[in-house]
Design a protein around this ligand. Structure first.
Ligand code: SF4
Length: 710
């Protein structure tokens, strides 16, 4: 063989075994772990592997979801071109045809039913730029007041609780880096070991350093196993539990008088109410012994520093806002906030749960956490957007309430972006009925989700590997997700789709963007002076600093690591304590017909409605179906054998899931994870009562009956 031929074959072999590395960020939870997709080409086959990449938050760690995220992004079921439903069947159409159809149908509906008949349903998994643009699209492009998003079902009560108490909502008041140094930690209703696994080492280090950890959860989980004390309370009794701890703190004078006097309001009202409570009654109602209540208060009150973390377990309740506020009262009376190693953390669930709630996707909100009802906020944003303030719609209604308005006939069309409301909302049967009633439903998604299947038009979007943009992680750190993977088929970025539709509707002048960074530049201006101020953040700075914690008001300011060190965000600078009456909540209680509490949650291998993770063979293999976690004593009482099918019934509907015996759950409570659909969709059992402050449904507490399926 000649030298030339040898070189030819060497080059060919090298080419056949080439490797490409793509920088990206996990699309799932709020840790937003940085990672790299390695694509190896061996002869004609492509092989993929995801590895972690160092950064200040996840420090290079990945959990099983992140390691397998590429499996859904590269899945052959991805929608690759627009699909229009004709005679009940989806047929591929061009983007031009799709845009023309949207324009015709939207304009027709605006004419016959009014502008507010159009509605927009967003997501907390999209980038900040897309969340910002979606809010603008609804108000400027469609001129409707009806926009809300799936974060309403997730973090709304933590956000509202923090806003009412501190005057501002950034999920973490401190950075993750402070956790290992705090002396006492209360984990209220959070299963971080399953939901945000890469956060765990911060808590493990705290424990190694001598911190005392208290976990509040009706179930034993991998997270409660880390705790020194597990308060296994009855579902829905968190306000009573926090009030009991507060009473002991006050009775034993384990409170910071100077902090209370200088930095807070309404302590005397709270004290008066709390002193009227009876600890024995609280112990009976919560199922927590007096000893454990005292132990919690004594450690938290006496230690020099402490942190409280809440998550969906206490937040997804019909009194979620009150529950969060009752825990924040504990921080305020002990002065454990606004200080080194002391503070609050709402452990956000969705990838961009923080950023997506700041820039205008919520029914009552404008970018930068501005209010759509406040005149000066309206004027400011109208000026940024180049519109008349009078043309800016007022506030609409929350996510679930939009579906009620469809049933009432007030909303007749919906534009859903990257969300699967039919699975994630309570009372799922009503959601299905509502979506079927719409005159025109457009869904933007990666897959033909359960919601997309009901659409008239489905538009293919890009995945996390292909779509660049910023996301704000659990700490409030604005991170840039790089994305350079080739786009699949004819899919377009969410922001591109919005700009194109706006153009087709004659509003293109307001949506003149050619990349995500240009949208971020407008978002910076729109957020300037707002509570969530991003004006000092640029893509270049994020790249250099590996993320910047908001508020960041100047281009030479490093960002804000710790909030409330000298002042809270209310006008008078003080935090507002709140009287939270225990008896106020009309929660469902068990009775002869429905004798068990039902609580819902996640498993490690799945994310939200499972639309993406169920597509990943490695993740689906770990949990391929929903299950009913039940105490063996309870199971025997109802004749339910292990690993057998069980019918679970509430007032709203019924599901069938397989039993899983476990002594780690209370005997009066059963648990079902929420990542499955149809007859395994546990949200069909959840009632439609909403938290009065933030309209959060009560996912964490329903009452049910169970029976074996023979
Ligand atoms: Fe990290 Fe969360 Fe993704 Fe796991 S799911 S890799 S913890 S971002």
């Amino acid at each position: 063989m000649t030298e030339l031929m040898l070189k030819y074959f060497r080059d060919k072999q090298q080419k056949a075994q080439s490797e490409k590395i793509y920088d990206t960020q996990c699309p799932y939870c709020s840790m937003q772990c940085k990672m790299q997709l390695i694509e190896q080409r061996v002869i004609s086959r492509k092989k993929h592997k995801t590895i972690g990449k160092d950064n200040p938050t996840s420090e290079g760690r990945l959990c099983v979801k992140g390691m397998n995220a590429h499996q859904h992004a590269l899945h052959h079921d991805r929608i690759k071109q627009p699909l229009r439903k004709i005679n009940g069947e989806f047929k591929p159409v061009s983007w031009e045809e799709a845009y023309q159809l949207i324009t015709e149908r939207f304009q027709e509906i605006q004419k016959t039913d009014g502008k507010d008949a159009l509605s927009v349903y967003g997501s907390a998994s999209i980038t900040n730029e897309e969340a910002y643009l979606l809010g603008k699209f609804a108000r400027v492009g469609l001129q409707t007041k009806h926009i809300d998003y799936n974060g309403r079902l997730c973090m709304a009560s933590a956000a509202t609780g923090a806003n009412l108490t501190f005057g501002m909502d950034r999920g973490f008041t401190n950075t993750l880096a402070e956790i290992p140094h705090t002396r006492c930690i209360i984990l209220a209703g959070t299963n971080i070991a399953e939901c945000q696994p890469t956060i765990m080492p911060y808590f493990e280090k705290a424990k190694e350093n001598g911190a005392y950890i208290i976990a509040i959860d009706p179930r034993e989980t991998s997270t409660t196993n880390l705790a020194d004390l597990h308060l296994k309370n009855k579902p829905g009794t968190d306000v009573a539990l926090a009030s009991g701890i507060l009473k002991i703190l006050i009775d034993l004078n384990l409170i910071d008088h100077e902090f209370i006097q200088k930095r807070t309001e309404h302590f005397e009202d709270v004290k008066k109410y709390i002193q009227s409570l009876n600890l024995d009654t609280i112990a009976t109602d919560t199922g927590i012994s007096l000893d454990d209540l005292y132990q919690t208060a004594l450690v938290f009150g006496r230690e020099s520093s402490g942190m409280i973390f809440t998550a969906r377990g206490v937040e997804q309740q019909i009194n979620g806002t009150d529950t969060v506020r009752s825990f924040l009262n504990l921080l305020l009376v002990t002065g454990k906030i606004g200080k080194k190693y002391s503070g609050y953390g709402a452990i956000t669930g969705q990838g961009n749960g923080q950023g997506a709630r700041e820039h205008g996707q919520k029914a009552d909100q404008l970018p930068g956490y501005r209010s759509i009802e406040k005149e000066e906020d309206r004027k400011y944003i109208a000026k940024v957007w180049g519109i008349e303030e009078q043309s800016l719609p007022r506030k609409g209604v929350s996510a679930y309430e939009m579906f009620e308005k469809i049933i009432d006939g007030e909303i007749t069309s919906m534009f859903v972006m990257c969300s699967n409301p039919i699975v994630s909302n309570p009372n799922a049967n009503l959601i299905q009925k509502a979506l079927k009633k719409l005159k025109f439903l457009v869904v933007v998604d990666l897959f033909l989700s359960e919601t997309a299947k009901l659409a008239d038009l489905v538009l293919p979007t890009t995945s996390y590997l292909e779509d660049e943009g910023t996301l704000t992680n659990v700490e409030g750190r604005v991170m840039l997700r790089e994305a350079s993977y080739p786009i699949q088929g004819e899919a377009k970025h969410d922001w591109e789709i919005l700009c194109d539709i706006a153009q087709s509707l004659g509003k293109g002048a307001f949506f003149n963007f050619t990349n995500a960074e240009e949208i971020f530049e407008e978002l910076r201006i729109a957020s300037k002076g707002g509570k969530a101020d991003y004006s000092g953040i640029t893509y270049e700075r994020i790249r250099k600093q590996q993320g910047i914690l908001w508020p960041c008001t100047e281009s030479n300011q490093a960002g804000t690591e710790r909030l409330f060190e000298s002042t809270f965000a209310h006008e008078n600078g003080k935090a507002k304590m709140a009287v939270i009456p225990i008896a106020d909540t009309k929660k469902p209680s068990i009775n002869n017909e429905y004798p068990l509490y039902l609580t819902t949650g996640r498993v490690m291998s799945h994310y939200l409605t499972g639309e993406q993770t169920r597509k990943s063979p490695s993740l689906a293999a770990r949990n391929f179906e929903a299950f009913l976690e039940i105490h063996p004593d309870t199971a025997e009482l109802y004749g339910i054998k292990p690993d057998t099918l069980v019918r679970v019934t509430s007032k709203k509907g019924w599901i069938i899931v397989r039993s899983k015996w476990s002594t780690s759950i209370r005997k009066d409570t059963v648990f079902v994870p929420f990542h499955w659909t149809e007859k395994q969709n546990v949200n069909q059992l959840v009632a439609d009562t909403l938290d009065p402050y933030c309209q959060m449904p009560g996912f964490k507490m329903s009452v049910v009956r169970i029976s074996p399926i023979n």
